[in-house]
Design a protein around this ligand. Structure first.
Ligand SMILES: Nc1nc2c(ncn2[C@@H]2O[C@H](COP(=O)(O)OP(=O)(O)OP(=O)(O)O)[C@@H](O)[C@H]2O)c(=O)[nH]1
Ligand SMILES: [Mg+2]
Length: 203
């Protein structure tokens, strides 16, 4: 059945083990698996869900792949027509944090349209070398306007996930409305004729 509900494709990105599939599972059925079985996601998975944001119905289609896929050729189709990328790192894995710039380059290279949202997962865990808010702050300053939002979540406790999905969807909706703002389209206005243009040009 045809539906007028706008749909946004959102992809999960980031190093292996940061919790992309855990975010996906929270999204799908609000579950969490401590032991995910085989270590890495193989291939692709996607699932869509409808939300109501600011009184508007929208569909979010979330895509998951393995962190290792960064090096594989399926990248192009994964990124294709995505509205947003949730770029994940683990708060207790500094390596995953230092790889963020590389992932940002990948996203920008493969998708002209995707807004990038930074997501620090495993907030429930602590380590001596954990990523601090100051680390995140200075990284986002370096990124200038590249990041459209910054979140800290825990897939284990569920902290911050609903808020993250709602904020992402809200941001995408506002962006889409601004780009297709009907008040900026004036269909009944005649284009300036040649004489008008000449008048301006020669005056
Ligand atoms: N304590 C804690 N563990 C988490 C959290 N999120 C994920 N994990 C665990 O981290 C491990 C890796 O999570 P995945 O969701 O498989 O990570 P991934 O990014 O999909 O990994 P790849 O598919 O290999 O790229 C699993 O054992 C999860 O249970 C969290 O918020 N807190
Ligand atoms: Mg995975």
């Amino acid at each position: 059945m045809a539906t007028d509900v706008p749909c946004f494709k959102v992809i999960l990105c980031g190093e292996y083990g940061v919790g992309k599939s855990s975010i996906f599972r929270r999204f799908v059925d609000n579950s969490f698996t401590e032991d995910c079985g085989p270590r890495s996601t193989i291939g692709l998975d996607h699932m869509s869900k409808e939300f109501t944001v600011n009184g508007k119905r929208i569909k979010l289609e979330l895509w998951d792949t393995a962190g290792i896929e960064r090096f594989a050729t399926l990248s192009a189709s994964y990124f294709q027509s995505s509205s947003a990328a949730v770029l994940c790192y683990s708060r207790v894995d500094r390596e995953s944090f230092s790889m963020l710039s590389q992932h940002i380059l990948d996203i920008i290279m493969h998708s002209k349209t995707a807004k990038i949202f930074l997501c620090g997962n495993k907030r429930d865990l602590h380590s001596d070398d954990e990523i601090t808010d100051a680390d995140v702050g200075s990284f986002s300053e370096q990124c200038d306007t590249v990041l459209s939002g910054i979140f800290t979540i825990s897939c284990k406790t569920g902290h911050g996930l609903t808020d993250m999905f709602h904020t992402i969807v809200g941001t995408l909706l506002i962006d889409a409305e601004q780009r297709f703002d009907p008040t900026r389209i004036r269909p009944h206005e005649s284009p300036p004729d040649d004489s008008t243009q000449k008048h301006h040009c020669c005056s």
